[in-house]
Design a binder for this molecule. Structure first.
Ligand SMILES: Cc1cc2nc3c(=O)[nH]c(=O)nc-3n(C[C@H](O)[C@H](O)[C@H](O)COP(=O)(O)OP(=O)(O)OC[C@H]3O[C@@H](n4cnc5c(N)ncnc54)[C@H](O)[C@@H]3O)c2cc1C
Ligand code: SF4
Ligand code: SF4
Ligand code: SF4
Length: 369
């Protein structure tokens, strides 16, 4: 159920409510959901921000459904887990946590950490559990290209992390009425889809999503981040085989060489939307996957929902599994992100913002570490 004032404002102001209260206020994290829900198809992502390119009919959907207009976090948690008591403060509700590595050598060679995500998708495709997956392929030199991959080669091509802002949910428009897809997203993408699931308008497209796989995320970066990397290291981006962000550092694999520098060096390229993000481990996903807490070439895996458990079990023969996972490190990183969110949220409240972010801010006050 949406707050009444929010719906009224959205209909009165149309796209201007989204533009003024989310985009120009620096809250937008470029998830692309507003593009997908606009019934008139008049929103486009231009320079990573939603922009009106046509006649707005003031239906209000873009602002109402945007995860940054408000996020009914408690409702989502109850809906997903049926339990709001036994939450782990820093990483959310989960059933199981372990580390895994794919047994498929070809996938391990092209993936980011343990190849867990791409192996889950290819195995699910083999078993007809899904007929495609919303993933992020490469556009040009290290740009993200959201796409629905429907074959093994396309899934393989989309492995590895792309670190610039990714409006993956724009590709929801490509989902067909008969599709059964998996979605791989960052915590912000997962939040946007979960909000839509509890929304009164809950579009039919959501029935096409069989599983939500969330990645861990400390931040993404604006596209100028790539230009900075190119200049700083005097290399062409095409020479970079892999980007990685872990343990507070950025790592670039260039041929046999590994270049490393502190993450804080690229903090000026952090989008403002990422500064107001509380979720490190994709707390609202069915299954979360990251590299933190796992050994090199392994992934940390968090199973959260019954659906996630069933899906993983159907694919688990493809993995080596170990209980060796550094939970404390994951919790530490997640706590740091929440505390930083709390600080930034409080700064915004003190400027007395005039839009309904109250539920999110109330939520921020609940973190007590
Ligand atoms: C921007 C970003 C920041 C991250 N920060 C951290 C971190 O701080 N700590 C940590 O432990 N892990 C982080 N991760 C997750 C980590 O990099 C790996 O994605 C994760 O360990 C899964 O590895 P894998 O080998 O199982 O995945 P793979 O098998 O390599 O598959 C990766 C999947 O991620 C998808 N993907 C790639 N880029 C994006 C993107 N930008 N948005 C949405 N989907 C994408 C691909 O399409 C593919 O399906 C981050 C990922 C991204 C994209
Ligand atoms: S956060 Fe997502 S839905 Fe909201 S304005 Fe930005 S791109 Fe659109
Ligand atoms: S028509 Fe599109 S841009 Fe206008 S309010 Fe509706 S969703 Fe937003
Ligand atoms: S830090 Fe948050 S908003 Fe930014 S890309 Fe990661 S999940 Fe999305």
């Amino acid at each position: 159920m949406h707050p009444a004032g929010l719906v009224r404002t959205a209909k009165d102001e149309g796209f201007a409510s989204l533009e003024g209260r989310v985009v120009l206020s620096g809250l937008c994290y470029s998830c692309g959901l507003c593009v997908a829900v606009c019934p008139e198809n008049v929103i486009e992502m231009i320079v990573e921000m939603p922009t009106l390119k046509g006649n707005c009919t003031h239906c209000g959907d873009c602002f109402v459904e945007c995860p940054k207009s408000y996020l009914p976090i408690k409702e989502i948690q109850e809906n997903l887990f049926g339990d709001t008591q036994s939450f782990e403060q820093s990483i959310g509700y989960y059933q199981k946590i372990f580390s895994a590595q794919t047994k498929r050598k070809k996938i391990l060679g092209v993936s980011q950490s343990g190849g867990v995500v791409t192996t889950l998708l290819t195995s699910a495709l083999d078993q007809n559990l899904i007929n495609g997956a919303l993933v992020t392929a490469l556009e040009g030199e290290w740009g993200p290209k959201p796409t629905i991959a429907r074959t093994y080669p396309k899934l393989l091509e989309s492995a590895r992390s792309k670190y610039t802002v990714n409006s993956i949910l724009t590709a929801l428009k490509e989902v067909g009425a008969e599709d059964e897809i998996a979605v791989v997203g960052l915590p912000c993408h997962v939040q946007a889809l979960r909000k839509l699931q509890v929304s009164s308008s809950s579009p039919k497209i959501l029935n096409r999503i069989k599983i939500l796989i969330g990645l861990f995320c400390s931040s993404s970066f604006t596209s100028s981040f790539l230009e900075y990397i190119r200049k700083k290291n005097s290399i062409e981006l095409s020479q970079i085989k892999k980007f990685d962000i872990s343990k507070g550092n950025v790592y670039l694999t260039v041929g046999a060489e590994k270049i490393c520098f502190p993450l804080k060096e690229v903090s000026p390229y952090k989008p403002t939307g990422c500064r107001l993000c509380f979720d490190f481990t994709s707390e609202l996903a069915d299954i979360s996957v990251g590299s933190e807490g796992a050994q090199t070439d392994w992934s940390a895996v968090i199973i959260r929902t019954e659906k996630g458990l069933e899906f993983f079990e159907q694919c688990q023969d493809c993995f080596k599994i170990s209980n060796e996972v550094d939970l404390e490190t994951i919790k530490k990183r997640a706590t740091k992100k929440k505390l930083s969110f709390q600080k930034d949220a409080n700064k915004l409240i003190s400027k007395s913002l005039n839009f309904p972010l109250k539920t999110l801010f109330d939520f921020s006050r609940e973190f007590k570490f």
